[in-house]
Ligand binder design. Sequence first.
Ligand code: NAP
Ligand code: 3JM
Length: 340
Amino acid sequence: MHKKEFNVVIAGATGLVGGQMITCLEESEFPIKNINFLASSRSAGKKLDFKGEKIVVQEMTEKSFKGNDIALFSAGGSTSKKFAPKAAESGCIVVDNSSYWRKDKDVPLIVPEVNPHAIKDYVKKGIIANPNCSTIQMVVALNPIYRNYGIKRLVISTYQSVSGTGKKAVDELFEQTRDIVNSKEIKKDVYPHQIAFNCLPHIDSFLDTGYSKEEMKMVDETIKIFEDEKIGITATTVRVPVFYSHSESVNIETEKHVTPEQIRNLLVNAPGIEVLDDPSNNIYPLATNASGKDTTFVGRIRQDQSIENGIDMWIVADNIRKGAATNTVQIAELLAEKYL
Ligand code: NAP
Ligand code: 3JM
């Protein structure tokens, strides 16, 4: 039988995530008939490579999606709010990277290793959401534990790289670092404080509760993905002066008792995970090693000695790959294989 091929749109193709989506599609065997690159009027006319061919970036308009099958969006929440329904109306299914649609009950929130079954609900609005980068790598690592031992409560602290904020933030960390070592004045445009040689306990905006929106993304998205409102979750999300890959300390209270050895054995055989856990030989997951990979790395797996059923672990993944572009392309592959 002739294999079906799809017309694909990348909305936000000139951004950090969009650029990585292009690379992921080039690396994948996703069957593409035609590809279109969209961005704002600022980048219209620019040329980007795709499999050795030059593709001209076009300004995103309501008409950009007609005749296309799948659109991968990473152009900010307001762009997704405005254009995702227009794309869906014209028959182009959206896989959206922004937070705008994630909590909508008619929009599935998908991590293919964890809840592939939920993607069937894409028919409701024609939109599928990609979770936040910090949620994705955490649920990949937690899924086998959740399925086998149950999870009562999670206490999370994140150490998130500046690439999660986009291109301008990567430049800001580079420039501040350079200026500080040269004893020059620094410029602050993206973050409210110096990010070089600093840690900012502030990602996205703050809510009246004292939590940041980024912290609540981890809470709400994890509950939606596991379809379990009973899990207690608290998070502190921190921006650190690292270019690529997010690291997370996660404390898990399980329903059933489990040993670190049982967790290691479970995770070694789980999809998308590599266990790096030999601390006496200085082996544990590191942002520098995770960058450029699609794997979620887990280590420092140990018993929490302060409670009956507690496990601590350290989880690291490339936030632009598995945290965004790779997961989006995997969702598109799942959709195309099973439903289109
Ligand atoms: P970025 O490097 O700043 O790129 C932003 C992209 O959006 C550019 O292509 C830009 O085009 C485009 N854009 C901005 N405003 C637009 C508009 N009004 N109309 C059309 N295109 C517009 O940011 P990024 O790091 O790639 O992130 C992009 C988005 O992806 C974020 O805003 C966020 O919603 C999402 N994201 C999700 C995750 C996740 O955890 N899943 C992680 C990172 C980012 P120009 O070149 O024309 O400016
Ligand atoms: C990651 O300008 C915007 O609307 C983008 C903000 C943003 C988000 C978001 O809330 O969509 C930047 C980086 C995310 C995300 O994945 O939640």
